[in-house]
Design a protein around this ligand. Structure first.
Ligand SMILES: [Fe+2]
Ligand SMILES: [Fe+2]
Length: 148
């Protein structure tokens, strides 16, 4: 099945944003690692990077929803409906998880439970974006052999 032209351009732009988000997640992970002699890290650096991530992530989720990309994918292939609605539904929960982490005070950030919660959040966000990439790649694969 041919991918709709609007799906192709929106999907490529979202995949590009996912690369940028992955770099931000990498920066949070780097700050979580035990700091070496020259490395900067630790809970306060992690918290500052989570603050940066909050703005970028809210904009990213907003863009995915505003572009109507997932609705277009479902129009193209109704079998994608359950996964698309699950993915969009996860946005609110992921932002809540992030806000809970950001609400921790400096003392709470030094507890192993906070560090574990950051790892869990990063895993959940990374899994979310990977599953989106799978949906987007399937949608783009639909363009193979499509007439211009
Ligand atoms: Fe998303
Ligand atoms: Fe995304």
């Amino acid at each position: 099945m041919a991918a709709l032209p609007t799906v192709v351009s929106s999907a490529r732009s979202v995949i590009h944003e996912h690369h940028e988000l992955r770099a931000l997640l990498g920066e949070v992970e780097a700050a979580l690692a035990p700091p070496g002699p020259q490395a900067t890290g630790g809970p306060d650096v992690v918290a500052a990077r989570l603050d940066v991530l909050r703005g970028r992530l809210a904009a990213h989720f907003g863009e995915e929803e505003k572009a109507g990309l997932f609705q277009q994918i479902v129009e193209q292939d109704p079998a994608e409906a359950p996964e698309c609605s699950r993915l969009v539904g996860e946005h609110v929960d992921l932002l809540h998880q992030l806000d809970d982490l950001r609400a921790a005070d400096p003392e709470a950030r030094r507890r192993p439970s906070w560090v574990s919660a950051v790892h869990r959040f990063l895993g959940a966000l990374s899994g979310h974006e990977s599953r989106e990439n799978e949906v987007l790649t399937r949608a783009l694969d639909g363009s193979a052999g499509a007439p211009d």
